[in-house]
Design a protein around this ligand. Structure first.
Ligand SMILES: *Cc1c(COP(=O)(O)O)cnc(C)c1O
Length: 329
């Protein structure tokens, strides 16, 4: 912080370059654009997708397919990219060119792409729908959709703003599958609390944007990048531990299920877990947990857990015993 807090975005800084190199070597991507937030990263991805297609096919191939129940941000364009009607209110007119498919319904999803007159430039998905109810995409669905996109030169973009950087037990959630996304977006976990986002591009997409096509004043701020560099070092050395903690929590939830009869099912990956309740309502459970000192989230009708990746076993035990006592009431 005392060395350099900001430069004009005409210049690179060392922390930016170091972080970009680390991200590329950990993930296999080629280039990185740094932003300030997840929504700004997704805006960048959308711009790359549209320009990629414009450069190659001309004007009318601009549509982007996202999934129902997705969440991609709160700017006018990323609200529209979000496949939930409740987000498409008040702020009209929204950006054109988004259509929505049902997650895990491959024939419905491919039908939309096939019946589109070749108007789609990209598909954007979350590997685990976070806000949408902690719903992981099925392996077959994801891999088949990816394959169709690859064969038809439709860019495959994965919004890893919530799932990225260790959250699901690997650096990227997409690593769990046999897919090679063209663009990945990151944010939340990357900064460890500092504002930063990133767009990662591969050999197909790295050269789409050139000088002056896109930019940001504070994106890639040296302090945020230096912090993110430390986060990346720590997380990449903690993946085994994250997976162990995930298994430990799922095991304990299984016991709580037997003790309370209040847990119907557990979904998610790594330290991103959703609990479907039997009779209680998630908002009531959240409120009672908070009163006992446990912060827990909801997603649709589920209780959602996204504990810090460095949570201790003692803290897991303490938190889950509060959850169990609330579910027993
Ligand atoms: C939080 C989130 C965003 C938006 O990120 P912001 O930093 O709040 O703009 C986008 N996509 C997903 C999947 C998210 O979870």
């Amino acid at each position: 912080m005392q060395k350099i807090q900001h430069t004009s975005n005409l210049y690179y800084t060392k922390p930016q370059v170091e972080l970009a190199e680390k991200l590329c070597s950990l993930t296999g991507f080629k280039k990185v654009f740094f932003s300030n937030s997840g929504a700004e990263a997704n805006e960048g991805a959308i711009k790359i997708a549209r320009k990629y297609s414009f450069d190659k096919y001309g004007k009318n191939r601009y549509n982007i397919l996202t999934l129902n129940n997705s969440f991609h941000g709160r700017t006018i364009t990323t609200l529209k990219a979000t496949g939930q009607d409740v987000f498409h209110n008040y702020f009209f007119p929204f950006t054109e060119g988004f259509e929505y498919a049902d997650a895990n319904d491959i024939s419905q999803t491919l039908d939309i792409l096939k019946n589109s007159d070749n108007s789609f430039c990209a598909v954007m998905v979350e590997i685990v729908q976070g806000e949408g109810g902690v719903i992981p995409l099925e392996k077959d669905y994801l891999e088949e959709l990816y394959k169709y996109c690859e064969q038809n030169d439709i860019l495959f973009m994965v919004d890893e703003v919530q799932t990225g950087i260790g959250r699901t037990g690997s650096i990227l959630a997409s690593e769990h599958f046999d897919i090679k996304p063209d663009i990945i977006t990151l944010a939340k976990g990357l900064g460890g609390g500092l504002p930063i986002g990133a767009v990662l591009t591969n050999s197909k997409t790295e050269a789409v944007l050139s000088y002056s096509d896109h930019g940001t004043t504070y994106g890639g701020n040296p302090v945020a990048c230096a912090g993110a560099s430390v986060v990346l070092d720590k997380v990449s050395n903690s993946l085994d531990e994250i997976n162990k903690k995930s298994a430990y929590i799922i095991d304990k939830l299984e016991q709580i299920k037997e003790n309370t009869q209040e847990i119907k099912s557990v979904s998610g990956m790594g330290l991103m877990l959703g609990i479907e309740l039997s009779t209680k309502q998630a908002p009531d459970v959240l409120k009672e947990c908070l009163e006992e000192g446990l912060i827990i989230l909801s997603a649709k009708t589920k209780v959602r857990m996204l504990p810090p990746l460095n949570i201790s076993y003692q803290e897991i035990d303490d938190g889950l015993s509060i959850l169990e006592s609330v579910l027993k009431k």
